[in-house]
Design a protein around this ligand. Structure first.
Ligand SMILES: *Cc1c(COP(=O)(O)O)cnc(C)c1O
Length: 422
């Protein structure tokens, strides 16, 4: 077994990670580090965390043998970790519960968050409603236009959504604005970050909260595999999509010591890794500092962040969690790309073959697993993290297919797209 202890006390994963933040945030970050150090192994904190995951989220999420898809691929058996079945429809709720519990213990009644597609915003608004915390979500005005159902969800849950009009009016601009808010309100405000990025301790803390995913798999997989062969084992490969990298770190981390299990992160290759239109920070980026940590980022020769692209808003981020940069460097994890078209094909395939509508983000992992399975024998296995469900994406998919989500007579003439021209 590989021994792996990361990060160091200052939050470094090799040369990556650390804490690059303004003077004003030094105190807030120290306070957060101390609070997390105090509670991370506290039995009462952990008992409450796991009780919330069980009763509010619906954990443990099942692992499902995609038997029909495996048979059609004609190779390795494909298993899906069903994070799509969690309350709010994705893995993000695991992490926000942990951070909101910390906020309460630290006596911070006001929560801020940033969101791109709106999934992290919805998860944060959800837990704030449950705990009676004030919730302010920053979102680029471009994203607000593209993701209106999630904006309305946040409002239903009682959150204030603040439109960010600077820069490209998307996720990275919302992040900058959230940081500015935090600087101005450090005393009463807790900043809930939605992925394994940001200054120390966020990448470690978010990883730890999300590691419940992989920890469950460590007992679920041997049970499932024992049904097929005498010796209970772990999967031969674990595959997850990588945006900021939290669902991937959550399933990878408990598997790091199991050297026989390949860990494969799938980045959004958009229109192709060499098209200039992708979000593949690990495969096409270089070392730099973004949002408080050193990691791999997509930048031009002057260090300016370049435009990213992906069919899935959740993968559309110009950086990646620092621990992934380190796992790539030491060779413990591999990173590959899947294009928009491949992800879309996998989306439709999973709908029709297994009766599961996956998130477009997760469809990237499914697409790679389908390719990989064909190269492996039938007695081997691949575990895919199905990070979320695709309900939020049906509009995108319908637009791309030239179809109409609201093709119902009762919706016609009510200002809903697809009705007769009024
Ligand atoms: C946000 C999101 C992602 C990308 O975020 P990571 O931090 O890389 O996990 C992936 N899948 C779904 C369903 C998401 O909502």
């Amino acid at each position: 077994m590989l021994s792996y202890q990361q990060p160091d006390a200052a939050g470094h994963f090799g040369p990556y990670g650390g804490s690059f933040a303004s003077e004003t945030l030094t105190h807030a970050l120290t306070e957060l580090r101390e609070a997390y150090a105090r509670y991370q192994n506290d039995p009462e904190f952990l008992a409450e965390f796991h009780s919330e995951l069980k009763h509010f989220v619906g954990r443990p999420s099942p692992v499902y043998h995609a038997a029909r898809m495996s048979r059609e691929m004609g190779g390795a058996q494909i298993y899906l970790k069903r994070e799509d079945l969690n309350h709010t429809g994705a893995h993000k709720i695991n992490n926000v519960i942990g951070q909101a519990m910390l906020a309460r213990r630290m006596g911070k009644p006001r929560i801020i968050a940033e969101t791109g597609a709106g999934q992290h915003g919805v998860a944060t608004a959800t837990i704030c409603a449950r705990y009676g915390l004030e919730c302010v979500v920053y979102m680029g005005s471009e994203d607000i236009k593209r993701q209106s159902p999630n904006v309305y969800r946040m409002k239903l849950l009682g959150a204030t959504v603040v439109a960010v009009d600077s820069g490209s009016k998307t996720l990275k601009d919302a992040l900058n604005e959230a940081m500015r808010d935090w600087v101005a309100h450090v005393d009463d405000t807790f900043y809930i970050i939605g992925t394994v990025a940001g200054p120390h301790p966020y990448p470690m803390m978010v990883r730890d909260f999300q590691s419940v995913i992989g920890t469950e798999c460590l007992t679920q997989m041997p049970e499932l595999l024992a049904e097929r062969s005498a010796e209970a084992r772990q999967p031969d490969a674990v595959v997850a999509c990588v945006g900021g990298g939290s669902n991937a770190m959550g399933i990878f981390h408990p598997y790091i010591p199991y050297e026989k299990t390949r860990l494969i992160g799938v980045e959004a290759a958009g229109e192709g890794l060499d098209s200039g239109k992708h979000s593949a920070s690990l495969q096409r980026g270089s070392s730099g500092v973004l949002h408080g940590n050193r990691t791999f980022i997509l930048q031009d020769e002057n260090g300016q962040i370049t435009e990213t692209h992906s069919i899935s808003a959740g993968l559309d981020y110009p950086g990646v969690g620092p621990e992934h940069a380190w796992l790539q460097e030491i060779g413990r994890a591999e990173y590959v790309g899947v294009t928009d078209a491949e992800a879309l094909a996998a989306f439709h395939y999973l709908c029709r073959t297994e009766g599961i509508i996956p998130a477009l983000e997760s469809s990237h992992a499914v697409a790679y697993a389908m390719q990989l399975a064909k190269t492996m024998p039938a007695d081997q296995s691949i575990l895919v993290n199905l990070s979320g469900r695709g309900d939020k994406d049906i509009g995108t998919v319908a637009d791309l297919s030239g179809a109409d989500v609201y093709d119902r007579p009762s919706m016609r003439g009510h200002g809903v797209k697809g009705g007769p021209a009024a």
